[in-house]
Design a protein around this ligand. Structure first.
Ligand code: SF4
Length: 300
């Protein structure tokens, strides 16, 4: 734990330039770190203090209120506050270039189909979705190309993420690519990490176990848009019926088989208040003890 002494009189801090301050209710504000995806709640005093020091940084000695002092410590610990002299744009460029040019780990996103069984209100594809699928011939060609590239770059580990549309609507291509890359991984002794971004409706216990046991699936990423009420309004079938119960019941059935589960929550001003209720539901099923990561996405 940091203490106020660790800030020091001479150490000057400032709010990261990647932070947004968003009103939550009359007494609370949401601090959202757009680069790290972090989220924190702050009160009016802490918000006023941070805004009044947004141009220039501040030292610990300038914090008069103990409540603000505590908030500052928490924000420092969680990376919302940084040392005043840190050049964040240089840091950003460093991370960007490292991801672009470091081939030790190679990652690929594979779209198996644009088709989807849902009609989410905010879907960028709208209601008339494309229905093209990756054929088995293309799946073979893509696998060969990836293996060739990995050998050429001498990558030591590889991450494959399947997405769509709904990637499970083209399970044949998903299995074909996974098979080919598993063979490459066994042949070369390199590590393979396979993940799936799915709406979660088709991912039953049986399918999840098959994908884990035979196709090396290690990560599943599903979305809940707040509690059942809000989720069902937004993430629904084309006939308007909700998906919350199906996705949750599926998730509970495979939560112990999949190594990592990420739950994305798309937030905006309408559903942000329902997140505690969603967390209560997860807690009531004991999911807080599982390897579940929450990831918040901000919408306007
Ligand atoms: S699950 Fe994804 S692809 Fe399918 S309708 Fe919803 S947002 Fe669109």
């Amino acid at each position: 734990m940091s203490s106020i002494e660790t800030i020091g009189q001479e150490r000057r801090l400032r709010l990261s330039g990647y932070c947004l301050i968003i009103p939550y209710d009359k007494e609370t504000y949401i601090l959202f770190h757009t680069l790290k995806g972090g989220i924190a709640l702050i009160d009016v005093e802490a918000k006023n203090f941070l805004e009044s020091h947004s141009k220039s940084g501040f030292a610990a000695s300038e914090i008069k209120e103990s409540q603000v002092r505590e908030a500052v410590l928490n924000l420092l610990e969680s990376g919302f506050l940084i040392d005043e002299e840190v050049d964040e744009s240089a840091l950003y460029r460093y991370f960007l270039n490292r991801n672009r040019f470091d081939h030790f780990h190679a990652a690929f996103l594979i779209l198996t189909t644009y088709a989807c069984n849902l009609a989410c209100k905010y879907c960028y594809q709208g209601l008339q979705k494309r229905t093209d699928i990756m054929t088995l011939h293309i799946a073979e060609t893509v696998s060969k190309w990836i293996c060739k590239l990995l050998d050429f770059r001498n990558s030591r580990s590889i991450g494959i993420i399947f997405y769509g549309g709904e990637p499970l609507l083209n399970i044949a291509a998903l299995k074909s690519v996974s098979n080919n890359l598993l063979s490459w991984s066994r042949r070369t002794g390199r590590e393979l990490f396979t993940g799936l971004i799915t709406n979660g409706v088709l991912l039953t216990r049986q399918l999840a176990n098959e994908l884990v046991d035979s196709y090396g699936l290690r990560q599943v990423h599903v979305t809940f848009d707040g509690n059942k009420l809000y989720h069902d309004l937004r993430r629904c079938f084309p006939n308007g019926s909700g998906t919350f119960d199906i996705i949750l019941s599926n998730l509970l059935s495979y939560v112990d088989s999949v190594a990592t589960i990420t739950v994305r929550v798309n937030l905006d001003k309408h559903n942000v208040g329902t997140v505690p209720k969603l967390l209560d539901v997860f807690q009531s099923y004991g999911l807080e003890k599982s390897e579940i990561r929450l990831r918040y996405n901000g919408f306007k």
